[in-house]
Design a protein around this ligand. Structure first.
Ligand code: BGC
Length: 744
């Protein structure tokens, strides 16, 4: 893990550095605003025109909330926002207004009606769509709401891999596979930034659990990190070009992520050539000199006087020649270049109207594309001739669950269920006011739908027994800063079991943050995973159940049969006293999720990639060849059923000689829209890094020459159909790959 080179560390004196007067150089303040110049040139001119104090202003962010615990409460901050960085009016540089997060414009604390926004489905549902174009449209929608709310920096999207199903933030992320997560989050970021605002990919890196997030030391071998969590970030950066990266609270191999020179200087800015800026997670700055030297550019979330690392402390460190002046200039240059190149400077943000009706259609279509049909013993879609259905539990009479913490968006209409969950942040539990029950009544006008809230198990079972079919909604609230059990809370397993005993034609609808256990799986007829489906989630669920929408979501993460199947049956650190450092060794390395199960020859309850449809697809003509050094896979997919549907094709790759962390990896995927009877030829490229292992000594990706199986499979648990292709040996630099070279 290389440190910053001695030359780069050597203190340098800039014209307006320490010792020179605190006034700008001769560069006229307005010259940086010249739009005919490149973003690089403009950033250089800006740096040259700023005083030391002005530079320090641009690299320090404050909490945006107007509450007593925020000792700053800056007037520039947008109400109830995550943060603000002051601008420099003298040169016309605006404040950086920062808002969470990946599912829309969040608020710190309950939003008043004027701050309610469109809520996308959770990140894990977006990943379940396996549809990057849709994620990009969704990103464009929430980015436009950020811009119209006066924000030029959106703290999205999250791409930490799902290693532990109990991680409280899994709902914000893209699942367990680096290719899927990186591609989907990359598309979201591209959409957000199409609004000429900054998007911030986070939390870099390996912040894969919330327990002890500020003290945990996550230990992993470099090769495994490069092929798992880091690869997901690398793909987002190549495909989404986020202008900013947020470093995380945790330590990685002994060093805090925000002062980890290997992560920030070597991997991110060096190997990957990241031109943007690194901001801390809120309050993740730890040490002025170490953070600055390691490559941190902006500290954020300052709220307590004295509890910061930049400002006068950075000034003193520069004066003492512990941090080169050139480093501060680099921080400012990176921030300025990022804001200029996305367009946030030339097209300044200002609050404006939002087309909520149009945005509601965007979030609905996302939910409908990502809800996953897990099990169906002939009960779904609901028959229009059904006379009586018992709807039970999960507050389905009023709304759908959302995830808690900084990403909390208050959907229009406010919280449909009050008084649940922690009274304070990351609580309370918030339900978006989109009732699945009301939507089901619309979908099935001639059916009588009874309602039982599920608190009285006997009454629920009686209602189920009196109906032709029962639909039980179960919920698992998850949130930032906490981890959760993978067993459904509040005795909901017992509720499902009792309802299924009363009526075997029981369908369970899950609203969960991530995978959960299903001890009742064999006794129910249908299971639908709706995750947190967003502002219009109730409608989307009802339309999937009724068949108005043919489900096409697939699992971006494996569901365990029992916690004993997991690398860590319980998240490490829960027993450790608060604030006491501890470590987690990620012994599974790059064998995350389905790779872990396959390496251990275990069958999960539901495998990565699993997802049923109301039609039937077939795949044929599988072929694999090497074209211009790249592996190209082609096949034909056909819709053999009577309904239009969207087919997700999964291509797995594996070396015949073995030698990877697990037998197979996802090499490529696509989603095809097929009319009944239609077929389509598809051709996909496999990113060479997915065929490689990372050679730490050579600091390069290595594709071993030899035979590889290329498999089309319905899920990670499906043997599927395979062909063999011979690949030549190949070396690729740490920072390149097919994705890096492909045009945007
Ligand atoms: C979270 C970040 C978030 C920030 C600002 C932190 O607690 O980890 O994801 O962007 O707060 O709200």
């Amino acid at each position: 893990m290389a440190a910053l080179s001695a030359a780069a560390c050597a203190p340098t004196r800039a014209p307006n550095g320490p010792g020179s007067p605190a006034s700008p150089s001769d560069v006229p303040a307005a010259s940086w605003a010249d739009r005919s110049l490149s973003a690089e040139k403009r950033a250089d001119l800006l740096v040259a025109s700023l005083t030391l104090e002005e530079k320090l202003t641009l690299v320090t962010g404050y909490f945006g909330v107007q509450k007593e615990w925020n000792e700053y409460q800056l007037a520039e901050a947008r109400p109830q926002s995550a943060g603000v960085v002051r601008g420099v009016p003298r040169v016309g540089f605006p404040p950086q207004w920062q808002t969470d997060a990946g599912s829309g414009v969040a608020t710190q604390g309950e939003a008043p009606p004027e701050l309610e926004r469109t809520l996308l489905p959770s990140g894990i549902l977006m990943a379940s769509t396996f549809d990057p174009a849709l994620a990009e449209r969704a990103g464009a929608m929430i980015g436009s709401e950020a811009r119209a709310s006066g924000f030029n920096v959106m703290l999205a999207g999250g791409v930490n891999l799902l290693r532990d199903p109990g991680n409280g933030r899994n709902f914000e992320y893209g699942g367990e596979d680096p290719l899927l997560a990186g591609t989907m989050v990359g598309a979201l970021v591209r959409g957000i930034q199409s609004n000429r605002i900054v998007s911030t990919v986070k939390h870099f890196a390996l912040n894969d659990q919330e327990t002890g997030r500020r003290v945990v030391d996550v230990q992993i071998d470099e090769a495994a990190a490069r092929a798992s969590d880091l690869l997901a970030f690398q793909l987002v950066i190549e495909q989404g070009k986020p202008a900013s990266v947020m470093c995380s609270y945790n330590r990685v191999n002994g060093t805090y992520a925000c002062q980890n020179g290997w992560l920030l200087n070597q991997v991110l800015k060096g190997d990957w050539g990241f031109p943007g800026y690194v901001m801390t997670d809120w309050g993740a700055q730890n040490d002025t000199v170490k953070d600055a030297i390691a490559g941190l550019d902006q500290e954020t979330g300052v709220r307590v006087k004295g509890e910061y690392q930049w400002l006068d402390k950075l000034q003193a460190a520069i004066r003492a020649e512990k941090v080169p002046q050139a480093r501060l200039d680099d921080m400012v240059r990176r921030i300025a270049r990022a804001l200029i190149s996305v367009g946030a400077i030339d097209d300044p943000v200002k609050p404006g109207p939002i087309d909520f009706a149009a945005h509601s259609l965007v979030t609905q279509s996302a939910a409908e594309a990502g809800i996953v049909l897990l099990k169906n013993s002939g009960v779904l879609p609901l028959s229009p001739t059904t006379k009586r259905i018992a709807v039970i539990g999960g507050h389905a009479d009023v709304g759908v669950l959302t995830g808690g913490g900084s990403a909390q968006v208050y959907a229009r209409g406010g919280n449909a269920v009050r008084g649940l969950g922690p009274a304070h942040w990351p609580g309370p539990q918030v339900y978006a006011p989109s009732s699945p029950l009301a939507a089901l009544r619309q979908e099935l006008p001639s059916c009588e739908l009874s309602w039982a809230d599920g608190t009285d198990v006997r009454a629920a079972a009686a209602a189920a027994g009196a109906a032709e079919l029962a639909i039980v909604f179960v919920t698992q609230w998850t949130a930032e800063a906490m981890d959760f059990s993978v067993t459904l809370p509040d005795a909901q397993d017992a509720l499902v079991a009792a309802v299924a005993r009363a009526n075997p034609r029981t369908v369970v609808v899950l609203e969960t943050g991530g995978p959960v256990l299903m001890p009742w799986i064999d006794s129910v007829a249908g299971v639908v995973e709706a995750w947190y489906p967003g502002s219009v989630g109730g409608t989307a669920i009802a339309r999937v159940l009724s068949g108005a929408v043919n489900p096409s979501g697939h699992l971006p993460a494996s569901f365990p049969r029992s916690v004993e199947q997991l690398p860590r049956p319980r998240i490490v650190g829960a027993e450790v006293p608060k604030d006491q450092p501890f470590s987690v060794r990620l012994s599974e390395g790059a064998a995350v999720g389905y790779r872990w199960y396959e390496a251990r020859k275990q069958a999960p309850l539901f495998a990565f990639g699993h997802g049923l449809s109301y039609t039937e697809f077939a795949q044929s003509e599988l072929a694999a060849r090497v074209v211009a050094e790249e592996l190209e896979v082609s096949f034909r997919a056909a819709n053999r059923g009577g309904r239009a549907g969207k087919h997700v094709a999964l291509v797995f790759v594996s070396p015949r000689a073995g030698g990877w962390e697990a037998p197979r990896r996802l090499g490529a995927f696509t989603k095809l829209d097929l009319a009944p009877g239609a077929s389509q030829l598809a051709s996909l490229r496999v990113d060479p890094r997915l065929l490689a292992t990372f050679d730490v000594a050579k600091q390069a990706w290595h594709v071993a020459g030899g035979d590889y199986a290329v498999t089309l499979a319905a899920s990670a648990a499906d043997a599927g159909q395979s062909v063999t292709v011979q690949l030549p040996e190949r070396w690729l630099p740490a920072g390149s790959g097919a994705a890096a070279r492909s045009p945007r």
